[in-house]
Each structure stands twice: as C-alpha cells, then as structure tokens.
Design a binder for this molecule. Structure first.
Ligand SMILES: [Zn+2]
Length: 207
C-alpha cells in the first residue's frame, strides 16, 4: 500500500510491543491474532478514531461519537464473555484447535491453548504432532476439539481419529472463527457477533 502512495495505518501500532506474544516460529515476529483479547480491540478502536480524526479533522466529532458508542459495546462484550466463561470449571478450560490462533484469548480469559499446527495456516501438522496432542487430550480428558473456518477440517479429524485409536472419544465441538469473520450480513460477520459465537461454542462443547 505504501509503495502505491496510499496512506496506510497498521492498527497493531495501537498496541505496546511489550504486550504482544512472541512467535517461536518466526524469531523477529509476533503472534498476529491480537483481536482475540477485547482489551486490544478497545485500544485499537481509540487508535482508529485518533488516526481518522487526524486525516479528516472536519469529521472528528462524528468519529469520536461513533468510537465512544463502539467502546461501550466492547466493554459489555468483555463482561458478557467473562460471565459465560465463569460457568466453565477451570480444569475444563483447555482449547485445542487446528492452528495457534487463540494465544491472546487464552491469556486474557484463562484458557490453556494448544494448536495442532503452529501460528501459520500454511504449514501442515506432522504425524508426531498428532500423536503427541492425542496423548495430551486423553491425559487431560478433554471433551471437545475445534475446527476453524479458515483451516481444512481434515487436520482436526485426523486428531480425533488418533484419539479414538487410543481408546478415548473426543468430539468436534464446532467451528470457530480464527482468522476471519463470518459472512457479511450475518451475526458472525461482525467482530462482536463473532466473539460471542466463538465463546458460546467453546463453553457449550467443553462443559
Ligand atoms: Zn491464524
């Protein structure tokens, strides 16, 4: 975008790098899934209001009004999420997904998070990764594991089959949005709707 002379704002610049989670796969990079902590999204909302106001000062009042309304919605979202999660016993707060998209979520809301194939959806999980995670699921008696909308289902199905071959049943708890929203016009097509859907799906399947 910069090379095409398009004024571009990286919303991640709203966040203090010290609060970002590092990546064991890419030494100088960060885990990009910052949107799964609502507190981050609040900081980003204010940052967008400020940057848009700088770029377009005649609309500053409108940006600020919309920003303030959205921040209120994010605050109640965060409260609601915590209430739903509080109904899940702490030892059941283990989230197994296809790739490592939920580290910020785990940190913010008290889940142990395990992804089968690392931070990127471009790498494939190896046979050994599947075996190790299957053993982990049985040890911890995890009730459900989750497919993601942006990752092919077969990796999680292979994990489920591996668990079954070791004599334990783990169900597929549903499909989570990890790297993208749902379709426009649906509830999950918004950040808030997507987040509520994910949390309800996780808690219902694990409780
Ligand atoms: Zn991702």
């Amino acid at each position: 975008m910069g090379s095409q002379n398009i004024n571009t704002i990286a919303v991640s610049d709203a966040l203090d790098p010290k609060t970002l989670i590092g990546s064991e796969y890419f030494a100088s990079n960060y885990d990009p899934h910052i949107w799964f902590d609502v507190k981050n999204w609040e900081l980003i909302t204010q940052f967008v209001v400020d940057k848009l106001s700088e770029a377009n000062p005649e609309h500053q009042a409108e940006f600020e009004k919309n920003g303030a309304e959205y921040l209120e919605k994010l605050k109640s979202l965060n409260e609601d999420i915590k209430t739903v999660i509080s109904k899940l016993p702490e030892d059941k707060r283990i989230l197994v997904t296809a790739h490592d998209a939920f580290n910020y979520f785990g940190q913010a809301y008290g889940f142990e998070v395990v992804g089968l194939q690392g931070l990127s959806t471009a790498t494939e999980a190896g046979v050994q990764d599947v075996q190790n995670l299957a053993t982990f699921i049985i040890d911890k008696q995890v009730k459900a594991i989750f497919v993601e909308s942006s990752v092919p289902k077969r990796t999680i199905e292979a994990l489920q089959a591996s668990v079954k071959s070791k004599g334990f049943d783990v169900k597929i708890g549903g499909t989570l949005y990890s790297d993208a929203l749902g379709n426009a016009g649906t509830e999950e097509g918004t950040y808030i709707g997507m987040f509520r859907y994910n949390v309800n799906t996780i808690v219902n399947a694990l409780k």
